[in-house]
Design a protein around this ligand. Structure first.
Ligand code: GTP
Ligand code: MG
Length: 551
């Protein structure tokens, strides 16, 4: 029996060992999957950044010889990809296979004569003597957004509102080439910032990376000091510390760094111009343009922007309806003057985006989870705290269960208008973190900052701008419910009949050049009253319907 006891013990130990092994294996697998998934957004950014570091931007003459140009570049290494685009001049983005090629190319590149400031960057000019024929024009990638007229024509040819919204996103979203160019501009700026902070990285954020970027949108960048600024952790063991200049506060440190970079950009940065420092904004920024790419740029040090971009990207990936709906609402609001490119008392694209996400969380069944639900699903590698604010949320999409909401884009768009036409802005806040309605702490429109809980991202919005938004939502809800505009009129050339679907909800000046005769009745009385009568009629109809069933 002793022997049996021994065998049982050995078996138990073996089992224990096996289960420990399985647990370790499971944990490792989970960690690996998490590392893999966690890095989806980040690894995408890293991959693009690394490609940008192997790239150069070259201004070319209107005519030259493409194959000879490539031959010239190939003497420095393998050209992996290249494309041309037009912005005042023809320009080439050239990606080499290796960074060594860049070093070799820069070695052979000359400084122009005259009293030029000898800052050598990866922005170059191709000089092509006329004698080097044959000269030809090259094929150009179009990086500019379609004109409003083209947009209206394209949308009008579609067969449903769902198709229209999909088409709008397809023709406006950033192309692969436009994203590459944006990363290259970040990388060029990174070379300048690297002169002062060698470990720093310039990262794009906002609509360049959140999946909502439109051709022609601005380029938001973060100067990520990447460990340069580590904060003050007390250590008991002997260690060395850098001697540094101290700033009065973190804000003062940000202002100082940005002002130096602004000055350096202005004086030494080839291709950068129109530099304007805005140090006293809540979030200090430097604004400038990059002439060769035609991009308007904003540079900041605020790392929350990266996290909110990742969150918007994630929400956009969770359901195929999210991005087309967001593109449509952002396009609609921009053209109606609800959002504007200049700062002011109006709703910003970021606020509007949060409003759409909030609306999608409120559908039955919900199309999107709340931020708190995303936080509950987070793994250990997702943990993220920025300046004492918990910014943790899951990054592994497979952990989020699919919703079973089957509403069409058309329904969602029209319900969006109805939702905000009747939303209790007076008492409630818009908070994408919470499942339950939240009462708001202040008088203004209150859209809670997803990560800095006490902050209202729409603090700037005044009564009048909110009222414009609500009235426009009421008008669109009214038009779509009373005017026969949701479907195209039948006819051989649909697009020339009259505005319909999403087009009919855009401002008239956008579609009048396309449609010769406008058949739609314009509401001449107060739209809020009209909307109320509509709601009343709907209620009476519903009640009548109920009584018929009850009878
Ligand atoms: P467009 O540039 O208009 O295409 O959209 P965008 O999403 O890039 O917006 P914008 O350039 O105005 O802002 C860039 C990013 O900064 C946004 O995506 C947000 O992450 C962040 N952001 C913008 N406005 C606010 C704000 O009021 N509060 C906070 N916390 N972040 C903001
Ligand atoms: Mg932007």
């Amino acid at each position: 029996s002793l022997e049996r006891f021994g065998r049982v013990q050995a078996l138990q130990t073996q089992r224990k060992f096996a289960s420990t092994l399985t647990a370790i294996k499971d944990e490792t697998e989970t960690a690996n999957t998490e590392a893999k998934q966690c890095s989806t957004f980040q690894s995408m950014q890293e991959e693009r950044r690394e490609r940008a570091e192997r790239s150069v931007l070259i201004s070319c003459p209107p005519k030259f010889n493409e194959s000879k140009f490539l031959k010239l570049l190939s003497t420095h290494g393998t050209v992996k990809k290249y494309f041309f685009y037009h912005n005042s001049t023809t320009n080439a983005v050239v990606e080499f296979s290796s960074r060594n090629s860049i070093a070799s190319l820069m070695e052979s590149t000359r400084l122009p004569s005259g009293s030029s400031i000898p800052f050598k960057s990866r922005l170059m000019s191709l000089k092509w003597p006329d004698t080097q024929s044959p000269l030809r024009k090259v094929k150009l990638q179009d990086l500019t957004p379609p004109t409003p007229l083209d947009t209206i024509k394209k949308l009008s040819k579609k067969n449903s509102i769902d198709e229209q919204l999909q088409c709008l996103m397809d023709i406006y979203q950033l192309t692969e080439e436009s994203i590459s160019l944006r990363y290259l501009v970040c990388s060029l700026l990174g070379d300048l910032a690297g002169v002062y902070f060698p470990q720093s990285v310039i990262r794009p954020f906002g609509s360049t990376v959140n999946g909502l970027g439109r051709l022609g949108c601005d380029l938001d960048m973060i100067l990520d000091l990447n460990g340069t600024y580590e904060g003050s952790q007390k250590r008991s063991s002997p260690h060395l510390e850098y001697q540094v200049k101290m700033a009065l506060s973190e804000r003062a440190m940000v202002q100082t760094i940005l002002s130096v970079i602004a000055r350096c950009l202005e004086k030494f940065g080839p291709g950068f111009g129109g530099v304007e420092s805005i140090p006293h904004a809540r979030c200090p920024i430097v604004r400038f343009s990059h002439e060769t790419s035609g991009l308007s740029c904003d540079l900041t040090l605020n790392t929350f922007g990266m996290k909110s971009s990742e969150l918007l990207f994630l929400y956009g990936q969770l359901d195929p309806r999210v991005r087309p709906l967001l593109f449509a609402v952002r396009f609609w609001a921009q053209n109606h003057g609800i959002t504007k490119v200049v700062p002011g008392a109006w709703i910003t694209n970021f606020s509007l985006t949060l409003m759409v996400l909030f609306f999608l969380q409120r559908r039955t069944p919900a199309i999107l989870p709340t931020l708190n639900q995303l936080k509950d699903l987070a793994g250990p590698l997702d943990k993220c705290v920025i300046m004492n604010n918990d910014c943790t949320f899951v990054s592994d999409l497979s952990k989020i269960s699919m919703n079973n909401n089957t509403e069409t884009l058309e329904t969602l768009l029209l319900e969006f208008f109805e939702f905000y036409a009747t939303f209790d802005f007076k008492n409630l806040s818009i908070d994408i973190r919470e499942e339950k309605p939240q009462f708001k702490p202040e008088a203004n429109l209150f859209i809670r900052n997803p990560f800095e809980e006490d902050l209202n991202v729409s603090k700037n919005v005044n009564e009048k701008q909110l009222s414009n938004f609500v009235t426009l939502c009421q008008k669109c809800a009214w038009i779509s419910q009373t005017q026969n505009v949701l479907k195209p009129l039948s006819g051989s050339v649909k697009e020339f009949n009259s505005p319909w679907g999403f087009v009919a909800l855009l401002p008239e000046h956008m579609y009048t050049p396309v449609f010769a005769t406008l058949k739609r009745k314009k509401p001449s009385v107060n739209i809020t009253d009209l909307f109320k009568t509509l709601k009343l009629t709907k209620k009476t109809d519903a009640n009548e319907g109920e009584s018929v069933v009850a009878d």
